[in-house]
Design a protein around this ligand. Sequence first.
Ligand SMILES: Cc1cc2nc3c(=O)[nH]c(=O)nc-3n(C[C@H](O)[C@H](O)[C@H](O)COP(=O)(O)OP(=O)(O)OC[C@H]3O[C@@H](n4cnc5c(N)ncnc54)[C@H](O)[C@@H]3O)c2cc1C
Length: 406
Amino acid sequence: MDADVVVIGAGALGLSTALHCAMSGRSVAVVERQTAGSQASGRAAGLFKSVQADELRTRLARRSITKAVTFADWAGLPLAVASCGSFLIARTPQHRQYLEHELAQSQRWGVDVREATPARLAERLSYYRPAGDDYALWCPEDVYIEEPMSLIESCLAACRRLGAAVAEHEPVIGIPVTAGRVAGVETERRSISAPVVVDAAGGWVRQVAELAGVSVPLAPVRHQLLITGPTAQVDPDDPIARVVDAAVYLRPARGGLMVGGFEPDPLPVDLREQSVSFSTDDLPLDLGVLRRMADQVAAEVPAAVTAPVAEHRGGLFTMSPDGRFVAGPVPDLPGLWVASGCNGSGFSSSLALGEALASWITTGAPPPGMEAFSPGRFAPLPDDALVSRGLWQYAHYYDPVLAPTA
Ligand SMILES: Cc1cc2nc3c(=O)[nH]c(=O)nc-3n(C[C@H](O)[C@H](O)[C@H](O)COP(=O)(O)OP(=O)(O)OC[C@H]3O[C@@H](n4cnc5c(N)ncnc54)[C@H](O)[C@@H]3O)c2cc1C
């Protein structure tokens, strides 16, 4: 079998890249070790966030929101999106200052974001009781996708309609290199020749790149969320809320409340120490982490601590040393591309990132700004430094501007 482009991994990033390559008329094969969306993507909270730490990611995030909301128009298949907006909330002077900074820069970058009074917060967010001195920003552009698998299923169906072959239960076990360039992939069943191979293997992206002798510095880190049972304390039309000083996010989910967040001491997971068959289903979860996060907002969001837990799920973020995507061609090995470095935003950025990568792959020209995500931008890093930087980025998801530069 031959293809113009082979994508390794049928998560949100791989499928979006495949879909946009297929839309450009390329023959595409997607090869997935398990089933589409079964790892990080199918477990995401589904949140899209227009306020980002830099202009490039802001542009991508907003482009993704537009693409999600208009999915049926360009992909030809329905996708349910909750266009509910979001509040960013700060309860400490330090975090208020941080949000004021985000307000000014995001407005400069074109985002619709405004200050909201505590009265407005109380009126719009039924599950949140402001203490009175909360500082809040209203972000009307923000959306969520209730069930993350719906994005995966729509992308998968759109890929297949355009003739892309998507093979599941077929791990890639080799990436042959001929005359200094990538020649395709070897799976457990066959060889596929292709001049372009995209490594979109999520938490496994590093091991997959190593099949071609390439080092990609990414560290998998566990992330978890819970969904409560249905409760009258949550209006299904409520917006998303992000309490930045607690690093907690909340949204309506299945008649209850979704609670997730970024703990200060997250769990790194070295997949090279796990068995070959390790999957996200084997990841140990810890409800205690989420209980501690919920406790931090108990006064404002009683449902977070009183409603029974109906679902607890988790998966892997793929963290980069600088908290930014790792996406683009691998230097020194023509034909190999990476679509990763999600840093917790890969689901929501996938539609724009896949579009940008496909444009780069098919035209040869990087879309504006995209070279900043080059897999070749990092100096060699020992593993412990890679992990500690990834953990730092994770723990500071809502205040990355304070990142150390060393
Ligand atoms: C609990 C949780 C909540 C989250 N919430 C959000 C959110 O609200 N918003 C947001 O933007 N992001 C969120 N994220 C992050 C988001 O899920 C990820 O950024 C995104 O799903 C990454 O997509 P991916 O395609 O890179 O990875 P994945 O979805 O993990 O896909 C990679 C695929 O590659 C496959 N693969 C691996 N090795 C091989 C191989 N050798 N051969 C073939 N296939 C292989 C895997 O089986 C997998 O299916 C969340 C993550 C978690 C865990």
